[in-house]
Design a binder for this molecule. Structure first.
Ligand SMILES: [Cu+2]
Length: 394
């Protein structure tokens, strides 16, 4: 619109426009943006250099490290040569049935310590353990018992550790009073109020790292009347493990935090190593006997679809609750941080594989076996004509 100036007084010469705060800062924003652009352009060649670093399995040469020391270290997986005389961990300690009919004061001594051991052929790992095994020892008490837990952290453990037992009612399941430094002890008592199959684990941050290093085990609280007698009890726990390097890399491989956070385990294991309960280490029973498996999942991340190939669970005590079992079950879900108890009677001889039916995990080590010995029963299972493929398949 044109402006009429006829009756308007003569306007004073205009002042230079007063800049608003926004206008003044705009200048700085532009300068900042241009500077950022220059920085990005300058970084492109450096980034391309990073992408051209050697693959993870190749150790950078001293020359390459001189050029970009921090980047080279970040790309080199922490894999050391296999230790001499490498052995698997011993089998975890199991616990016999409770034969008491009265409550008692029961004391357990647990020691947290490092153990470097075989995880798979050609692969070693520095486990963090309760009492030197993965899982830790099976603890067993009776409903109504008063239980003392004495936790000592070995002097060379290198880290603080603790214990959270899911059978405990109290702060942190005990973990709030057992954060013990290397060389120190912590202890507490609790009353076992609820029967069930429970797990325990270290609960020191980063908790998942401690669990992924092997710090878990089982505590069974038998009901006052006890559990039905069976011929065999087996103790088995599943855990997922995250190692530096690529699948197939050999050596002493360190824990990989990023894989753990992404939930991409290299190994999913029963009782801490590949083959801990297969072949010569398989569980053994005879035809016509009753078998009970206490099965827990330490995790830290994966649940289990627990299944015995070629068997049907006569009874499953879902989630370790020792009342009202489900009957005639093929596969039962066991969450991370959970447990179950399953029972069945063996009917025909053979080798029965115990698996997590998320079967990709069997390729990562999640398998155990029960060898059942005895006479065939053709009425239950009879071969008419065997296929040429031998004993493979599911
Ligand atoms: Cu720990």
């Amino acid at each position: 619109m044109p402006v009429t100036l006829d009756r308007a007084p003569a306007a004073p010469p205009p002042l230079p426009p007063r800049r608003t705060l926004r206008q003044r800062y705009a200048q700085h924003i532009w300068i900042g943006a241009i500077s950022l652009g220059v920085l990005v352009v300058a970084l492109i060649p450096i980034s391309l250099g990073l992408l051209n670093r050697p693959p993870a399995s190749v150790t950078p040469t001293p020359t390459a490290m001189a050029g970009m020391p921090s980047a080279s270290v970040a790309f080199a997986p922490d894999i050391k040569p296999l230790p001499d005389n490498l052995t698997s961990m011993p089998a975890p300690q199991t616990a016999p049935p409770i034969d008491r009919t009265e409550p008692a004061y029961v004391k357990f001594n647990l020691e947290t310590r490092k153990v470097t051991a075989r995880m798979a052929d050609g692969v070693a790992y520095e486990y963090w353990t309760f009492n030197g095994t993965v899982p830790g020892p099976m603890l067993r008490v009776r409903e109504g018992d008063t239980v003392e837990i004495d936790l000592s952290n070995s002097a060379d453990a290198g880290f603080m550790h603790s214990i959270d037992l899911h059978a405990v009612i109290g702060p942190g399941g005990g973990a709030s009073v057992t954060q013990v430094a290397p060389g120190q002890d912590g202890s507490f008592t609790f009353k076992a109020l609820h029967p069930g199959v429970y797990i325990y684990h270290c609960a020191t941050p980063v908790v998942a790292q401690h669990i992924a290093s092997g710090m878990y085990g089982m505590i069974v609280v038998e009901p006052k009347a006890g559990l039905p007698k069976v011929d065999h009890e087996f103790y088995l726990m599943q855990g997922d493990f995250y190692l530096q390097g690529q699948r197939g890399d050999q050596g002493l491989r360190a824990f990989d935090m990023n894989k753990m956070l992404d939930e991409r385990p290299d190994y999913v294991l029963f009782n801490g190593s590949v083959g801990a309960n297969t072949g010569a280490n398989a569980f053994v029973a005879n035809v016509g006997e009753t078998v009970r498996i206490f099965f827990g999942v330490g995790g830290p991340n994966l649940s289990s679809s627990f299944h015995v190939i070629g068997e049907i669970f006569d009874r499953v005590y879902p989630e370790g609750a020792l009342a009202n079992p489900a009957t005639n079950v093929q596969t039962t879900a066991v969450p991370a941080g959970g447990a179950t108890m399953v029972e069945f009677r063996t009917e025909v001889p053979g080798t029965y594989s115990i698996v997590d039916h998320s079967l990709g995990r069997m390729e990562k080590g999640a398998a155990a076996q029960i060898v059942v010995k005895g006479e065939p029963d053709p009425e239950i299972f009879k071969v008419i004509q065997a296929g040429p493929g031998g004993s493979g398949g599911h």
